[in-house]
Design a protein around this ligand. Structure first.
Ligand SMILES: Cc1cc2nc3c(=O)[nH]c(=O)nc-3n(C[C@H](O)[C@H](O)[C@H](O)COP(=O)(O)OP(=O)(O)OC[C@H]3O[C@@H](n4cnc5c(N)ncnc54)[C@H](O)[C@@H]3O)c2cc1C
Length: 420
């Protein structure tokens, strides 16, 4: 780098590869996902990546980034192949919360929160979904009341990925109950160790606890923890979800995670191996299904590049990321279903000492997640039809009346928990 002309992508990739080989553990040293130890490993590796000047490749230098291009970012992720990739555990911090603060935070908030977030020193989560429902995000019941120089937060959130490991959460809360539901919201940064925050891990079918429910009982946070203005919580949350869908679909300009064409061969080889082991690789129907998954994986990479370029040029609106999210979620379900058909019981039971089998079984048990998190497939279809294709909006009888006149499901509020 000479300070004005960016380093060529292939030179950057070679430099990255040399550094990765010398400094990161090989993928067989990865701690199985979902545990505190695996999150701690991801944070430690991100600190090394940051200190070596490879973090936030497209982010501004002012917050610890490198101000390079998405092509450099993808080159780095390609070179990570075969080594422990820390991005899965850090995807909400780096791909969702960080970009939202970068775009909507005040200069002071960005200086305070972004460098430690980018270095992996602090882990961030999103506190959107509530026990009363997740799809109707504008219907949140968590309450933030201004009291002098603080916000007082009361309520409950749920399905928070890594809530029990997090330092901060972006919490969507209602500040005004007397106006239309989208207008009475604020997005507030809540330290997860603040007095009054209770975090309960939820046990999943896989045996792991990756999600939590949180209860907020008279939690006070400073006034300047609001992201955007009071009343703008809906637009902040919508932008947050645009980043989440782009990150999940592989179209983010801030975060490349693990979505790369380079992995498509691995996915296909896994299916081919499973078909061969089941003795059906010569079956023309099986071959056609494997080929279809491979073709769609290649398409998903091209689609991500196309949509990301279209959003940068203004050809596509931000919600276009929903197309990527829907496509990859659907493909993941189809690929996993085919894999389990080929593998049979091998994906439902495994020996505790067989990490590969465990990893395959976890893929099966968690297969629905991608089509639910960040908004379900049905919600993505609504967004694509209404906000990308311009079709008529879904009927919403509660849209134009004050929220305190809307009938709500109060389940999960602190009073319910106290009542058992
Ligand atoms: C792996 C994973 C990680 C997650 N991480 C987080 C997190 O970190 N933070 C967080 O806040 N939440 C998180 N969630 C929660 C997720 O955002 C919600 O589960 C999701 O938004 C759906 O909400 P719900 O489960 O309450 O379902 P509901 O909203 O109750 O929906 C139930 C069903 O009705 C359908 N539906 C609802 N409304 C409509 C409509 N208008 N049109 C058509 N169909 C509709 C839905 O598609 C769904 O099938 C996570 C979920 C998963 C699976």
């Amino acid at each position: 780098m000479n300070g004005t002309v960016p380093e060529r992508v292939d030179d950057f990739g070679r430099r990255a590869r040399r550094w990765i080989e010398a400094n990161l553990p090989r993928s067989d040293e990865a701690i199985p996902a979902g545990s505190h130890a695996s999150v701690a490993q991801a944070q430690q590796l991100q600190q090394r990546i940051f200190d070596a000047g490879f973090a936030g490749i497209t982010w501004p230098r002012a917050y610890g980034g490198q101000e390079l291009t998405p092509a450099h970012m993808h080159a780095f992720v390609d070179e990570l192949r075969g080594f422990v990739n820390p991005y899965s555990a850090l995807s909400v911090s780096l791909g969702v919360v960080g970009p939202t603060i970068l775009e909507l935070g005040t200069p002071e908030q960005k200086e305070r929160w972004l460098p430690p977030l980018l270095r992996g020193d602090t882990l961030w989560v999103q506190l959107l979904s509530e026990p009363s429902g997740g799809s109707d995000m504008a219907g949140v019941l968590t309450r933030a009341t201004r009291d002098g120089e603080t916000w007082v937060i009361e309520g409950s959130k749920v399905w928070t990925t890594f809530g029990h490991y997090a330092d901060y959460g972006l919490c969507l809360a209602r500040t005004d109950w007397h106006i239309q539901k989208h207008r009475g919201l604020a997005m507030i940064v809540v330290p997860m160790d603040a007095p009054g925050v209770t975090v309960l891990p939820l046990k999943q079918a896989s045996g792991a606890s990756e999600f939590c429910q949180e209860f907020f009982e008279h939690v006070t946070v400073p006034l300047d923890h609001i992201l955007g203005a009071d009343g703008e919580g809906w637009s902040v949350a919508s932008q947050l979800l645009v980043h989440e869908r782009n990150a999940l679909g592989g179209g983010s300009v801030y975060f490349a995670g693990g979505h790369r064409g380079a992995d498509s061969d691995d996915d296909t080889n896994d299916l081919v191996d499973a078909a061969a082991a089941a003795g059906v690789w010569d079956d023309p129907v099986v071959r056609q299904e494997v080929a279809q998954c491979h073709a769609d994986t290649v398409v998903s990479v091209q689609l991500a590049a196309r949509v990301a370029a279209g959003m940068r040029s203004g050809h596509f609106a931000g919600p276009a990321g929903s197309m990527l999210k829907l496509f990859t979620a659907d493909l993941h379900l189809r690929r996993t279903a085919l894999h389990v058909e080929l593998d049979g019981a091998g994906m439902a039971g495994w020996s505790p000492t067989d990490d590969d089998a465990r990893s395959r079984a976890m893929t099966w048990l968690t297969r629905q997640g991608t089509s639910i998190m960040g908004g379900t497939n049905e919600i993505q279809r609504n967004i694509i039809s209404e906000r990308v294709l311009g079709m008529p909006r879904e009927h919403a009888p509660d849209k134009d009346i004050p929220f305190d006149q809307v009938r709500t499901n109060q389940a999960g509020r602190p009073t319910d928990r106290k009542n058992g």
